[in-house]
Design a protein around this ligand. Structure first.
Ligand code: NG6
Ligand code: CA
Length: 508
C-alpha cells in the first residue's frame, strides 16, 4: 500500500514538475526575440525642426522620413542635449550631460578622444546583451590621446568605447583630415604618401583658401580658408594622403553603402547601428543627381539627398526581413544654420522655407531652434503611430534602450523613458538642462529659463540669435512657442523657482 502511495506521489510530482517546466522552457525563447530587436540610430547633422515634411515643411520634400515619422512616434518636444555637434554626440552615446565634460566642445580634427574608455556608452551597454555594434558616418568625438599619427593605427576611438565596427570621418566634412577611417586605419592610404595634419600652421608651399581662391569651386565666407581639398577650402592644414581623400559628392552614397553592408553582414545577430549622416552640414556637396532637386540651393538639395538615403536604407532592412524586428530612432544633433562658413546660396535661395519652423534661433542658440529637433521612433508592427508632446532628450536613449534589452545599466542624467519612446506613455522628463557653446539654460514643463549671458545677441557670421541677454529670460512655450514675450519681470516667482532648480542640477 505504501509503495503504491509512493509511486502515485512520485507520478504526481513528475507530472506537476513537467507542467511547471513547460512554460518555463518556452519563455526564454520568447523573451530573446522580444527583447533583442536590432536598434538603428539615424543621426543627421544640423537639420532643423522645420526642415522636414513631418513637422510641416512644404518647400522641401522628405517623403521617406515622413512615412516613417507618421507611422511611428513623432516627438514635438524632443531635444538634443546641445546646440552644437560634439556635445550632443557625447550626450547621446554616454547618457551624460555634456556640460559635465569641459572637453565636450566643437573639436578640431586632431583632438583626443573625449569619451573615457572607462565610461558607459550605448554600444557598450548593448554588447553586454550580446549585440554587435557599429558606427558608420560622422564621429567628431576625438581620436587618440594627444598627437595622432594618421599613418599608423589610430586609437583609442569608437572601437575602444563600444563599437565592434567603425567606419568614420574623424570630425566634420569641413575639417581635415578628409579621409575615411575604418576600425582605426585610414582607408586607402598609400604608405609612400603619408598624411600630416596641423591646425596651427600651414605646410610650406601649400595653397590655401585664403591665398588661392582661384583654386576653389566653393568660396569661404568665414573660417574655412586653410587647406584646399577637392577645390573646397577647409578648416585645418593637411598634407599628403592624396589617394585616401574622400570625394565629397560621393560621401552620402558611400556612408549609405557602409550602413547597408553592415546590416547585411550582421542580420543574423542582434545589432546596433549608429548611422551618423553628414547632411546638411557644410560644405554641402550633393551628388550631381541631387543638384537642383530642392530648388532651394545646396542645403535643400542635401536634405533631399539625405531623405533618399534613408529611404534606401530602410529598403535594405525590409529586403533582409528585418524591418519588424528593428527599432529606428531618427533625430539631429543641433539646429539649422544657413550660412555656416561657405557661400553656397543656401541663405539667398531659401524662399519661403523655414528651417526652424516657428522656433526662434538656430544652431549655436539657447533658443528653442538650437536643440528642439526633428525626432521620431519607428518600429514596424510594434510602435503604433502617434504624436507625442512628452519632453524627451537624446540623453535618455542609453537608459531607455537598456531597459528595452533587459539590462540594468543606468546612467544618472539619462532618464529611463522606454514607454515614452515606444509610444505607450506620454510622461516624459520633468526638466532638462540644454547647452549651447558652453552656456546652459533650464527647461521645465512648458517653461524655459535662460540666465543672463554676456556676448552678442546675434552671432554675426551666421546671422543667428543665440540667446545672450543682459537680463534673465523666461518664456512660456505653450503660449509662446516663438519666444517673443519675456516673462521674467512679470513672473518673478516662476523665475526664482526655475533658477533654484537649475542651480541645484548644475551644482552651483
Ligand atoms: C564652427 C565652424 C562651422 C562648423 C561648426 C561645427 C567656423 C567659422 N565655423 O567652428 O562651420 O564646422 O564649427 O559644426 O569655422 S558642428 O555641427 O560639427 O558642431
Ligand atoms: Ca551639427
Amino acid at each position: 500500500k505504501n509503495i503504491k502511495h509512493f509511486i502515485l506521489l512520485a507520478l504526481v510530482l513528475v507530472i506537476s514538475v513537467n507542467c511547471k517546466e513547460k512554460p518555463k522552457a518556452v519563455e526564454p525563447v520568447k523573451e530573446e526575440s522580444q527583447t533583442k530587436p536590432n536598434i538603428v540610430v539615424i543621426y543627421v547633422d544640423d537639420l532643423g525642426y522645420g526642415d522636414v515634411g513631418f513637422n510641416g515643411a512644404t518647400e522641401i520634400k522628405t517623403p521617406n522620413l515622413d512615412k516613417l515619422a507618421n507611422n511611428g512616434v513623432r516627438f514635438t518636444n524632443g531635444f538634443a542635449s546641445s546646440a552644437t555637434c560634439t556635445p550632443s554626440r557625447y550626450a547621446l552615446l554616454t547618457g551624460v550631460y555634456p556640460w559635465r565634460n569641459k572637453n565636450a566642445k566643437i573639436l578640431p580634427g586632431t583632438a583626443p578622444l573625449i569619451i573615457s574608455t572607462e565610461q558607459m556608452t550605448i554600444p557598450k551597454m548593448l554588447k553586454t546583451k550580446g549585440y554587435h555594434t557599429g558606427i558608420v558616418g560622422k564621429w567628431h568625438l576625438g581620436l587618440g590621446t594627444g598627437i595622432v599619427n594618421w599613418n599608423e593605427h589610430v586609437s583609442p576611438g569608437p572601437n575602444e568605447v563600444g563599437f565592434d565596427y567603425s567606419y568614420i570621418m574623424a570630425a566634420t566634412q569641413d575639417r581635415v583630415p578628409t579621409v575615411y577611417i575604418e576600425n582605426g586605419d585610414v582607408v586607402g592610404l598609400d604608405p609612400n604618401d603619408p598624411i600630416e595634419v596641423n591646425y596651427k600652421e600651414n605646410f610650406a608651399g601649400q595653397p590655401t583658401g585664403k591665398d588661392n581662391p582661384e583654386l576653389t569651386k566653393m568660396k569661404w565666407h568665414h573660417g574655412h580658408n586653410n587647406t584646399i581639398v577637392n577645390e573646397i577650402p577647409r578648416i585645418g592644414y593637411m598634407k599628403g594622403g592624396e589617394k585616401a581623400k574622400w570625394k565629397d559628392e560621393d560621401m552620402a552614397d558611400h556612408f549609405l553603402k557602409g550602413a547597408q553592408n553592415y546590416v547585411k553582414k550582421h542580420k543574423d545577430e542582434p545589432f546596433f547601428l549608429y548611422y551618423a549622416m553628414q547632411q546638411p552640414h557644410v560644405p554641402r556637396t550633393p551628388h550631381p543627381r541631387f543638384v537642383g532637386s530642392s530648388g532651394l540651393g545646396a542645403r535643400g538639395d542635401v536634405i533631399v539627398e539625405a531623405d533618399w538615403c534613408i529611404g534606401e536604407f530602410v529598403k535594405t532592412l525590409e529586403a533582409e526581413g528585418l524591418l519588424e524586428n528593428t527599432l529606428i530612432v531618427f533625430t539631429s544633433d543641433n539646429g539649422p544654420v544657413l550660412n555656416d562658413g561657405y557661400f553656397d546660396e543656401s541663405d539667398t535661395r531659401i524662399g519661403k522655407h523655414t528651417p526652424a519652423g516657428k522656433l526662434r534661433g538656430g544652431k549655436y542658440s539657447l533658443f528653442e531652434a538650437g536643440t528642439r529637433m526633428p525626432f521620431f521612433t519607428y518600429w514596424k508592427g510594434t510602435i503604433k503611430p502617434s504624436v507625442s508632446d512628452a519632453l524627451v532628450c537624446q540623453l535618455d536613449l542609453l537608459s531607455s534602450l537598456s531597459k528595452l534589452v533587459g539590462s540594468d545599466i543606468k546612467v544618472e542624467d539619462s532618464k529611463e523613458l522606454l514607454d515614452v519612446f515606444l509610444g505607450k506613455s506620454n510622461k516624459g522628463r520633468e526638466s532638462l538642462v540644454i547647452e549651447a557653446t558652453s552656456r546652459t539654460a533650464y527647461k521645465e514643463g512648458d517653461w524655459v529659463m535662460i540666465p543672463p549671458y554676456q556676448g552678442p545677441a546675434v552671432l554675426k557670421d551666421v546671422q543667428i540669435e543665440i540667446g545672450n541677454a543682459k537680463n534673465f529670460q523666461l518664456y512660456n512655450l505653450k503660449e509662446d512657442i516663438s519666444q517673443q514675450n519675456n516673462l521674467a519681470e512679470t513672473n518673478k516667482e516662476k523665475l526664482q523657482d526655475m533658477l533654484t532648480k537649475f542651480e541645484a542640477i548644475r551644482g552651483e
